[in-house]
Write a protein that binds this ligand. Structure first.
Ligand code: IPM
Ligand code: MG
Length: 351
């Protein structure tokens, strides 16, 4: 029997409560599909940082490198400056583990969840391949003459050919493996002149994938098309920051942040799976947040470690519950407590 060592970092706000449901579902999947799970819990996040002043201690970080995967809840707390926990924890994992792919499927599981009129599940089946280690997240920040009328603030957007090429190559491989074999590059090469690098590398790599149909569009147009014609998209590859933005838009098209999951991936290495929503501190402990995004992140984790049948079963269970409206909505207003959603997925998985 294969046993996977999985780190669990619930984090802040609603992170721990949604992660607990994802773990419950992973355990049910392990029992049903015959694999083992060894869970390693990590207490990191705002409370831990306030008590100990540490974000992720080096010892724990070294241990994380030896795991098969990590399930992350959410990080962020109003008692810290914006970015402090995010960069110290999420950033440390993404950059420190070189998780260069942020894979974010945007799938409509049930028609009634989509805010767009008349859109059906087959109209929204895209997947965003977001670069995850460069861009404004890695460039220098410079603020001069702070607080004076002459103040200037500069933020670099930083890209390397290596970083650009590996994400584009990953996206081509993924696009080729999907039925529509279509890949769209999303950038802003008309204003961010550095995106010329993305355009050139995309065109070069495309030559190696003659079976994949490609196009390149600007991010503003992408936002428009995602609303107007979401069915025009299959696989999308984009820069770190644009990927951040368009996947929140995508989440809303799926029905809300309560259902959108993502993976921070380095193929073949320990990778981190998380709901793309934040820590929502005001809902903490109220047990009304929907854990489906965390549960679907768990499904992506199963796929990554090599349990695709289990991954599919979890995803199908979630889809079935949504389609039949046994889970009627995915907001905090669904009326179903967080643990009951986890229980419903477990029951569905057992059928
Ligand atoms: C995300 C989040 C993060 C990001 C924040 C928490 C830094 O919005 O994962 O989408 O910008 O990448
Ligand atoms: Mg985001």
């Amino acid at each position: 029997m294969n046993t996977y060592r999985v780190g669990v970092l619930g984090g802040d706000g609603i992170g721990p409560e949604v992660t607990a449901e994802a773990v419950k579902v992973l355990q049910a999947a392990a029992a049903r599909f015959g694999f083992g799970l060894e869970l390693v819990d990590y207490p990191f996040g705002a409370e831990h940082a306030l008590k100990t002043n540490e974000l992720i201690p080096d010892r724990a970080f070294e241990e994380m490198k030896t795991l098969d995967a990590i399930l992350l809840g959410a990080v962020g707390d109003p008692r810290f400056e914006p970015g402090h926990l995010e960069f110290g924890i999420v950033g440390r994992l993404r950059f420190g583990l070189d998780l260069y792919v942020n894979l974010r499927p945007i799938k409509l599981y049930a028609e009634h969840l989509c805010p767009l009129k008349g859109r059906r599940p087959e109209d929204l089946q895209m997947v965003v391949v977001r670069e995850n280690t460069e861009d404004a997240y890695r460039g220098q920040t410079r603020i001069d003459h702070k607080g004076t009328p002459e103040e200037t603030a500069v933020q670099e957007m930083f890209y390397t050919r290596r970083g650009t090429e590996r994400i584009i190559r990953y996206a081509f491989e993924l696009a080729r493996s999907r039925p529509r074999k279509t890949l769209t590059l999303v950038d802003k090469a008309n204003a961010v002149r550095a995106h010329d690098l993305y355009r050139r590398v995309f065109a070069d790599v495309a030559k190696e994938y003659p079976g994949v149909t490609t196009d390149a569009i600007y991010v503003d147009a992408c936002c428009m098309w995602m609303i107007k014609n979401p069915d025009r998209f299959d696989t999308v590859v984009t820069t770190n920051m644009f990927g951040d933005i368009i996947t929140d838009l995508g989440a809303v098209l799926q029905g809300g942040l309560g259902i959108a999951a993502g993976g921070n991936i380095h193929p073949g290495r320990v990778s981190v799976f998380e709901p793309i929503h934040g820590s929502a501190p005001k809902y903490r402990g109220q047990k009304k947040s929907n854990p489906l995004a965390a549960i679907l992140a768990g499904a992506m984790l199963l796929e990554h470690v090599g349990e695709p049948a289990a991954a599919r079963a979890v995803e199908d269970s979630v889809a079935g519950l949504l389609r039949s409206r046994r889970i009627p909505s995915i907001g905090t207003d669904s009326g179903i407590p967080t643990p009951a959603v986890g229980d419903a997925v477990v029951a569905e998985l057992a059928r």
